[in-house]
Design a protein around this ligand. Sequence first.
Ligand SMILES: Nc1ncnc2c1ncn2[C@@H]1O[C@H](COP(=O)(O)OP(=O)(O)O)[C@@H](O)[C@H]1O
Ligand SMILES: [Mg+2]
Length: 311
Amino acid sequence: MINVIGVNKTYIDSGTEALKDVSLSLNSGRIIGLLGPNGAGKSTLIRVLSTILKFEEGELTIDGLSIKENPLEVRKKIAVALQYSSVETWLSVYENLIVYGKFYGYCGNELNERIEKVIELFQLQEYVNTRANELSGGYRKRLQLARCFLSDSRILILDEPTAGLDPIIKDKLYGLLRTYSREGKLVILATQLLDEIEKVCDEVVIINKGKIIIHDTVDEVKELFGGTKKITLFFEEVDEEIDKKIKDIAKEYEIEYLIDEEKIILIATNKIANRLCRKIFEDLDPQRIDVNNESIEGIFIRLFSTNEKRS
Ligand SMILES: Nc1ncnc2c1ncn2[C@@H]1O[C@H](COP(=O)(O)OP(=O)(O)O)[C@@H](O)[C@H]1O
Ligand SMILES: [Mg+2]
């Protein structure tokens, strides 16, 4: 459905190479999470996919249509909610929906019915006559999303759509996305939230510094990077002897550790965690050991620090 081949994008003013040789193949009926830290290139890729941003090298086709040759036709196939509000600020909520609906070729009763439906979906009833620039951030986001669901586009591209949304609308959105994918539509969702990926996505594309590091199913990625424990050892003081012993243990078990005054923090896979804890008790005799499943944030951080070491 979407094919990206060797796309490069450099912002001329800053000289930033925001996308480096990006290739991707995305199929219908899937929800794709685009994950990466700040500045990774998510929004750049989203804008390129949305026909909004031109790129220098490479090729991008949507349903077989080249984005370079047929930008307007491609644009009509997709529904987009950018990271930063792209609504018409001087128009009311209702007028925004009219303009967008007409762009997709709806008119008359059909247009009105579609507008009513999305107003209800995103609970915008109170604000239909309010100018977009008078809406709060969360309501602007709702308007952006309402516009997306106005059309029957088979491809939905959303850049951090839940930032600023309240939990009720967020949940509603997740439900809508699942329905969309069951209907065979393709959803691309840029996010920094790992739990969002786990909750709604089928596949994850991880991007860092403009490069795609991983594209796989969510289950595979979890398998690869999840399943770890954070082990914290507490001492009165981490003296030289403890320091030396932990170094040896870390070497033997091939794990990373961090010394923080009277604490040592280790990250170990579930597989070796038990053995490691026994060894620590025997060799180091800490005052206390805490063992926790590593947090979602922890996995995220580790993902990118590992990547930096590799590159
Ligand atoms: N309009 C722009 N002009 C110049 N540089 C930009 C522009 N937009 C983004 N960048 C740079 O490109 C890189 C990727 O940014 P972006 O795609 O917004 O990342 P993300 O959405 O993952 O946070 C960053 O280094 C950012 O500073
Ligand atoms: Mg962004």
